[in-house]
Design a protein around this ligand. Structure first.
Ligand code: R5P
Length: 306
């Protein structure tokens, strides 16, 4: 099989780990923005008959999604027989319903946009909530990889007597899975969000937390306000400084600095989004899912080949 992995610039380090696991050649892809915001994508031309795999997290989704479509179409123009997408972080999944009148329901719209360009998709812990499976919004083959084994292994190694804390009901699925694998207790708090940066969470059960080191686990840390509010509660209750584990370190704007100032013992993340806090590697979990889908034929590919 002739597989070529084409990482967007921010994901080159993850690509170096993933390429050998896929027996893939690491190809070249460059993306730059012109001063007016337009994208210029430049890719490896040696793709004749190859299964091309684009690698890009979608933490700057509006700009990246268009660049991805350009890259996918250009890969086909250069003769790729299939084009897959590994997007360790899949954006827009939280807008899975119309919360206020007139709003666009972005999750299926974004999925539709992506799948017009690629034959398959692999992602890590997409924010599946009211949309409970990727198949509900994607027609192309998809795999979603759970980061839980890697996160649990990290917690087991790095935190003594952990108590996992999910800051809201939507985090329950990840926290429960990780806690089971780490053989640690967990609590899920209740969150009320009044605005983008206006969040409150309920108190943890202090009696059950005695003698434990709190580990706040969330799938996405974006503005950081959910975690900062949780850290504040734990500090006011006199609990030890918490470790924060983000599966997807979106860290919008100054969120990382704000989190560091909020008294976390340690802030770590999976390498789905490249960031200095990355401590948990995902390549070994991504590889089997990619292998399952590599070479998948899709009507878009068939059209191009005809
Ligand atoms: C939502 O339910 C997610 O699981 C996260 O809790 C949320 O995206 C975190 O957002 P922020 O960091 O902006 O508070």
């Amino acid at each position: 099989m002739n597989t070529v992995l084409l990482p967007f610039p921010a994901q080159r380090r993850l690509a170096e780990e993933l390429a050998p696991l896929l027996d893939a050649r690491l190809g070249h892809l460059d993306w730059r923005r012109f001063p007016d915001g337009e994208s210029l994508v430049t890719i490896d031309e040696a793709l004749q008959g190859a299964d091309a795999v684009l690698l890009s997290s979608l933490n700057q989704p509006d700009a990246l999604a268009l660049a991805l479509r350009f890259a996918a179409a250009t890969a086909r123009e250069f003769g790729a027989r299939s084009v897959g997408l590994v997007a360790p972080y899949l954006a827009y999944m939280r807008q899975d319903r119309r919360f206020h009148p007139g709003e666009a329901v972005s999750a299926p719209l974004f999925a539709a946009f992506l799948q017009e360009g690629v034959d398959w998709l692999v992602t890590v812990d997409p924010h599946l909530h009211r949309i409970d499976r990727l198949e509900r919004i994607f027609r192309i083959p998809t795999r979603h990889v759970a980061a839980a084994p890697a996160v649990a292994a990290w917690i087991r190694t790095e935190v003594v007597h952990p108590l996992l804390i999910g800051p809201d009901g939507e985090s329950a699925q990840w926290v429960a899975h990780i806690a089971a694998l780490a053989e640690a207790p967990f609590q899920v708090l209740h969150k009320e969000r009044r605005g983008d940066r206006d969040v409150s969470v309920s108190l943890p059960d202090l009696a059950a937390a005695a003698g434990r080191n709190p580990v706040i686990v969330d799938d996405i840390v974006s503005s950081g306000h959910t975690v900062i509010e949780t850290l504040g509660h734990l500090a006011r209750l006199g609990m030890p400084a918490a470790t924060v584990v983000a599966i997807h370190a979106v860290f919008a704007g100054d969120a990382y600095a704000a989190l560091q100032a909020a008294g976390a013992a340690r802030i770590v993340s999976c390498d789905s989004i490249s960031h200095p806090s990355n401590a948990i590697a995902l390549a070994k979990l991504l590889a089997p899912a990619c292998r399952e889908l590599l070479g998948t034929d899709h009507p878009a590919a068939a059209r191009t080949k005809a």
